[in-house]
Design a protein around this ligand. Structure first.
Ligand SMILES: *[C@@H]1O[C@H](CO)[C@@H](O)[C@H](O)[C@H]1NC(C)=O
Ligand SMILES: *[C@@H]1O[C@H](CO)[C@@H](O)[C@H](O)[C@H]1NC(C)=O
Ligand SMILES: *[C@@H]1O[C@H](CO)[C@@H](O)[C@H](O)[C@H]1NC(C)=O
Ligand SMILES: *[C@@H]1O[C@H](CO)[C@@H](O)[C@H](O)[C@H]1NC(C)=O
Ligand SMILES: *[C@@H]1O[C@H](CO)[C@@H](O)[C@H](O)[C@H]1NC(C)=O
Ligand SMILES: *[C@@H]1O[C@H](CO)[C@@H](O)[C@H](O)[C@H]1NC(C)=O
Ligand SMILES: *[C@@H]1O[C@H](CO)[C@@H](O)[C@H](O)[C@H]1NC(C)=O
Ligand SMILES: *[C@@H]1O[C@H](CO)[C@@H](O)[C@H](O)[C@H]1NC(C)=O
Ligand SMILES: *[C@@H]1O[C@H](CO)[C@@H](O)[C@H](O)[C@H]1NC(C)=O
Length: 886
């Protein structure tokens, strides 16, 4: 057959072409052998008909090859034998190693996309041979070094994308001379120096994104000169000087993001010429002057963030004309005067943050006529007058911050109507008087309540026990009286949450209320409170801190233009119809067959499949048509996270899915639809360690014995040691995140949250405190850093739970004493180990007792108050294995 082809072609006299033809076929066969491209086969069909490639119109040379998103790995060098390629897309695979220099031989290449792989090393100078290249995308790899000057000759480049690597040096000056350049992205690298002065003045630049580098100098006005710029992102650099007036030339600009720099001066009034502006973010600079009314001419503006600058004057009433505005963030300036009533017309406003200014007006009665308001942050101002009763109309509100003002009057009972209030209700440091309205008890999603430092009187209403999600309370420095209601979140609080009220009594305060109150305490069944603690932890509220950090971070991120256009409330849609999946994948090849992503989505629509619920995530059990069972974690309200970090998130998940360890829960896939992300995990049928230790106490026959507990302790330690070995810090080590498989083998969960927030790569805001109540190491309170020794501490708490069968926080320990303090204080109290260890186990045999004492020693080391004194996880594993083998 080959011979026939060859001879026919020879006769027609296409010698050189036939050679090329053969070599393209041979090359494709070899490429397929190396990479295993799905759908390619060599059973005699004309390769020009194969999927994902195209031959030229008049010949049989492969001109287009698109292997994007096939999870391929292997050696891509062979592709450089397809000499006629014009269009090569290898993006979104698992290719690693250096980019082959031989790609420089693809002299016809016009489009080259190698993004979203794991290519290492430098950008090959051989790319300089690709003289016809119009688009080069090598973003999101692991490339290092400088952008080589040899590429200067690529004069036809229109799109040049190198973001998300480890590139250093500066942006070469010749990038400013590329006369066709429309798109240039180099964000998330280590680039320094200035923006080349020519950039934008030669070419018709449309998109410039350089965020998260160390760039400095001024924003050159040339960038705006041609007037074609649509998106400008310079966030998180060290730019100085002013935003040039020339910015107004670009009437098609939709997004300007220049936050977190060192910019000075005023915002040019020419901003008003940019009629299509949807997004303006300039927070955390040294900008000054007034907030210009010209913003009101940008009728499509969805987000205006000028926080943490030096703006003064009043808030222009004209801003109320911005019908599309969703977030207005002006906090941390020196603004004074009233909150303009004109805002009430902003029907789409979702977040109004005017905190930390000098506003000295009152709260407008009609504020809640804004139907979508979720964040109302007016704290740290000089706001006078009453909290209007109409505040109860803000039914969508998630957070209400009114602390540190001069508010007077009483707390309106209508606050109880804000049933969605979750993140915080803070009325502290005002002049509020009267009693606490019992209606507050209806806020069953609220996590943090602060009414401290007011003039409140009367008793704390028993009905506040309805606040089932409460973690943080502060009633201090008021004129409250009577007993503190018996309610776990109250008694778990430090006494400073109640102090400064002369006539308040009962735990956690040290003043007892006398006989009747004691009686109530005596009757107060431990188990009941226990169950509440478990309910709180189990429902994921305790994980709140870590999960919210993620969600809030993302919520603070940019508003999507898309979201603005889409006026429908996503949540309301969900019930009617199966939503369209935006992205989804199963990472493990052997599970692909068994998992149906549509069935996964469908399963999460059914309440009966729900295994547990938290404030920001729920877990469902999904039975596949194939009979396979997977566990599905549903994360909500992450639309911006998904749209802006989708690729990164997916890459992280994929990477984690390859972290193959017996004692770590492995993400097996994901689905994204609307504003929802579903994470798929293996289904672990035996619940978690909290349930095993604490709930099984009711049924002695299920009481886990010591050898089983020790093997769980070793397993968890091994999982955590492995994570640390690959430089991942877990954010929420706790017994409720230790899941148990069918053989009671422990598997540590919530890995993806840890990785998403890997502090080593993150910015300051990411290094927030995280963890579950009772497991948080003491130093987190002041270092605000999540660390490996912090993980060791939390692990120590888990080990103590295993040894003592006690919960990390129990009121029996006494005021301000958690499990760690209780155990460390045992010898000072003159208690024997038997009084700490679970006696049901330690008294069974001499051998068990000896092992438990050895393990207790390790737990004490892990929970040492000095982080540096705690052993490394690897050492912990070794010590525990010694205990196991002895
Ligand atoms: C073999 O070639 C035929 C066309 O001749 C094609 O339809 C078929 O899919 C190929 N077989 C395989 C296993 O790829
Ligand atoms: C290919 O064929 C088209 C029309 O059939 C012709 O216009 C074009 O010039 C040819 N290209 C080459 C490279 O021969
Ligand atoms: C390559 O194929 C993928 C998936 O089929 C598609 O999304 C992408 O746009 C294609 N790339 C090019 C450059 O055509
Ligand atoms: C890939 O294959 C080429 C030969 O085709 C070889 O020279 C090269 O070393 C290989 N690269 C890697 C990373 O194995
Ligand atoms: C292809 O490129 C490599 C590396 O740049 C070079 O060594 C080799 O000679 C080139 N092959 C051809 C046929 O040009
Ligand atoms: C890479 O860049 C090219 C050119 O700008 C673009 O068309 C392509 O969509 C990018 N690839 C990915 C995966 O975003
Ligand atoms: C840039 O990175 C490379 C490789 O990581 C390193 O060798 C070089 O010293 C760095 N250059 C600068 C200027 O930091
Ligand atoms: C505002 O957005 C809408 C919808 O995207 C668009 O049709 C309109 O032209 C935009 N207005 C301006 C002034 O750009
Ligand atoms: C608010 O503060 C400004 C500036 O300090 C002052 O001029 C104005 O009189 C104050 N308004 C009220 C109502 O106190």
């Amino acid at each position: 057959m080959a011979f026939w082809c060859l001879s026919i072609l020879l006769i027609v006299g296409f010698l050189s072409k036939s050679e090329a033809q053969l070599s393209d076929e041979a090359a494709l066969v070899a490429i397929n052998r190396e990479l295993g491209v799905p759908g390619w086969s060599n059973n005699g069909t004309d390769y020009c008909t194969w999927v994902r490639l195209k031959c030229g119109a008049n010949n049989s040379f492969v001109e287009m090859l698109n292997l994007s998103g096939l999870q391929l790995r292997g050696n891509v060098t062979l592709i450089s034998d397809l000499r006629s390629l014009k269009h090569l897309d290898l993006s979104s695979n698992n290719f690693n190693g250096p980019i082959p220099a031989s790609f420089g031989n693809l002299s016809e290449l016009e489009f080259l996309d190698l993004s979203l792989n794991r290519f290492v090393g430098g950008i090959p100078v051989e790319f300089s041979k690709l003289r016809g290249l119009r688009a080069l995308n090598i973003s999101n790899n692991l490339l290092v070094g400088e952008i080589p000057d040899e590429l200067m000759v690529l004069e036809r480049l229109g799109e040049f994308q190198v973001s998300g690597n480890g590139l250093n040096g500066s942006i070469p000056h010749w990038v400013g001379n590329l006369s066709n350049l429309r798109v240039f992205t180099a964000y998330e690298n280590d680039l320094g120096g200035e923006i080349p002065s020519g950039l934008g003045s030669v070419s018709e630049l449309e998109l410039l994104n350089l965020h998260s580098n160390q760039l400095e100098g001024k924003i050159p006005k040339g960038v705006f000169e041609k007037g074609k710029l649509k998106v400008l992102v310079l966030t998180q650099n060290r730019f100085t000087g002013e935003l040039p007036e020339a910015v107004g030339i670009c009437s098609g600009l939709s997004s300007i993001r220049i936050g977190n720099n060192e910019l000075v001066g005023v915002i040019p009034r020419t901003i008003g010429n940019i009629s299509g502006l949807t997004y303006f973010e300039a927070d955390n600079n040294n900008l000054s002057g007034e907030i210009i009314a010209e913003f009101s001419k940008c009728s499509n503006l969805t987000l205006l963030n000028l926080a943490a600058n030096g703006f003064a004057g009043t808030i222009p009433t004209e801003l109320g004309q911005l019908m599309n505005l969703q977030e207005l963030i002006l906090s941390g300036n020196s603004l004074f005067g009233e909150i303009p009533e004109s805002f009430l017309g902003c029907g789409n406003l979702n977040k109004l943050d005017l905190s930390n200014n000098r506003l000295n007006g009152t709260i407008p009665k009609e504020l809640c006529s804004m139907p979508r308001l979720q964040y109302l942050l007016l704290d740290q101002n000089s706001i006078r007058g009453d909290i209007p009763h109409e505040i109860g109309n803000c039914v969508k509100l998630l957070q209400l911050q009114l602390g540190r003002n001069y508010l007077t009057g009483t707390i309106p009972p209508e606050i109880g109507r804000m049933r969605n209030l979750q993140i915080a209700l803070n009325l502290s440091f005002n002049h509020l008087h009267g009693s606490l309205p019992p209606e507050l008890g209806k806020l069953d999603k609220l996590v943090s309540l602060d009414v401290s430092n007011n003039l409140l009187t009367g008793s704390i209403p028993q009905l506040l026990k309805g606040m089932m999600s409460l973690i943080e309370v502060n009633f201090s420095n008021n004129l409250l009286n009577g007993p503190v209601p018996v309610f776990v979140p109250f008694q778990k609080s430090p006494n400073s949450s109640f102090s400064g009220n002369k006539e308040l009594c009962g735990a956690p305060l040290s003043f007892s209320c006398g006989y009747s109150d004691d009686l109530e305490h005596m009757r107060y069944n431990h188990r009941v409170s226990y169950r509440i603690v478990l309910a709180v932890i189990g429902s994921g509220v305790a994980v709140f801190v870590s999960v919210t950090v993620v969600v809030i971070l993302f919520m603070m991120r940019e508003k999507q233009e898309k979201a603005a256009a889409k006026n429908v409330d996503v949540e309301e849609n969900i019930e009617d119809e199966q939503p369209a999946i935006i992205a989804g994948n199963v990472f493990l090849e052997n599970l692909k067959q068994g998992i149906d992503l549509d069935a996964v989505v469908k399963a999460t629509m059914k309440e009966s499949n729900k295994l547990s619920t938290g404030t920001f995530s729920s877990v469902y059990k999904a039975v596949m048509p194939s009979g396979m069972i997977v566990s599905v974690k549903k994360l909500k309200s992450m639309d911006r996270a998904i749209t802006h970090h989708q690729n990164k998130m997916i890459r992280e998940l994929e990477r984690l899915s390859k972290l193959c360890h017996d004692h770590l829960v492995r993400p097996i896939g994901f689905v994204i639809y609307d504003d929802v992300a579903l994470l798929l995990h293996q289904h672990l049928p035996n619940g978690n360690l909290t349930q095993l230790i604490h709930e099984s106490t009711k049924k002695p026959e299920y009481q886990p014995d010591w050898p089983m507990r020790l093997s769980i302790a070793v397993g968890v330690a091994e999982g955590l040691a492995f994570l640390h070995h690959v430089a991942i810090i877990h954010l929420d080590v706790s017994s409720s995140n230790v899941l148990l498989d069918s053989g009671y083998k422990p598997v540590l969960g919530e890995i993806e949250i840890s990785k998403l927030l890997d502090p080593s790569r993150g910015t300051a805001s990411i290094s927030s405190v995280a963890g579950s109540f009772g497991y948080i190491p003491p130093e987190y309170a002041y270092t605000m850093q999540v660390t490996a020794p912090g993980n060791v501490y939390s692990y120590g708490v888990v080990l103590l739970e295993i040894l003592t069968s006690r919960a990390p926080v129990e009121e029996e320990f006494g005021e301000g004493v958690d499990l760690v303090k209780w155990v460390h204080g045992a010898s000072a109290r003159g208690e024997t180990p038997e009084q700490i260890l679970d006696a049901k186990l330690s008294t069974v045999s001499f051998a068990w007792r000896k092992e438990m004492l050895a393990a207790l020693k390790i737990a004490l080391l892990c929970t040492d108050i000095t982080p540096a004194k705690r052993p490394k996880m690897k050492k912990v594993v070794e010590m525990l294995q010694e205990v196991e083998q002895s």
